[in-house]
Design a protein around this ligand. Sequence first.
Ligand SMILES: O=C(O)CCC(=O)C(=O)O
Length: 260
Amino acid sequence: MDFSFIKKEYQNNGFYIIRNAIDSNLAKQIVKHVKWLKSKYPNTRPEAFHHNMLINDPFIHHLLENKKILDIVEAIIGPNIALFGAHYIAKKPIDGMPVGWHQDGSYWPLEPMKVVSVWLAGTHSKKNNGCMQLIPGTHNKRLYKPSEMQKMDLNKYVLDLAIDPRKLDRSQAVDIELNPGDISIHNPFIIHGSNSNKSRKWRIGLTLRYIPTSTFVKRKDWECVFLRGRVEKEIKNIYVKRPIFDREHHMPFDAMDNFR
Ligand SMILES: O=C(O)CCC(=O)C(=O)O
């Protein structure tokens, strides 16, 4: 599908929402995956199901192979695509943790900072259960350095650094309200965050970070997934092998037979 129309909106606003990007059955399997990870890692909060727990998981690879999402990503970063980050930010009912205001690029060792984030909704993600909020236009500003940010308590916040909210015009923030299967995409410079989830319903999102294969991830032994186009031989990123489904170690899912 041709998603080239997205690029202009994305460039102007720093984000874009695509409704029904994946079908509702796949969105339900995202929720099931989070519950499965919760029993696999009982001592980890579900806001912290990070890259290392996901990168060799066949269900995640199944999602990453989704043609529509890759077409959307291609419209933004071009035809040679890899994933360098995956993270479930799954907020439990009643005490799901907030994400302080930040720009993703402040954290990332990318050369150059060419990257787009996809936020994929497994559940409804609304104002009342702590949806992502972002401040349009801030993608044209400079990146805050980690040294200019506040240290946050990881027992209370999802991320360990945040921009002092008094430095921001939060009256301009927009709520990125999504239904299961919708996605939003956002720019690494845009300032965003989210409130806690005090509602009685889960808020489950999967963030996926895509780079062109010409971007180098300058972090030792960091594993990426090559997804489309061609690998740039002179860029020494590490790409994982496609995993093989194994009932003992992986969640069963609809397309697991393709992973044998
Ligand atoms: O899931 C959230 O509430 C925040 C997401 C976020 O910070 C991101 O995807 O970069």
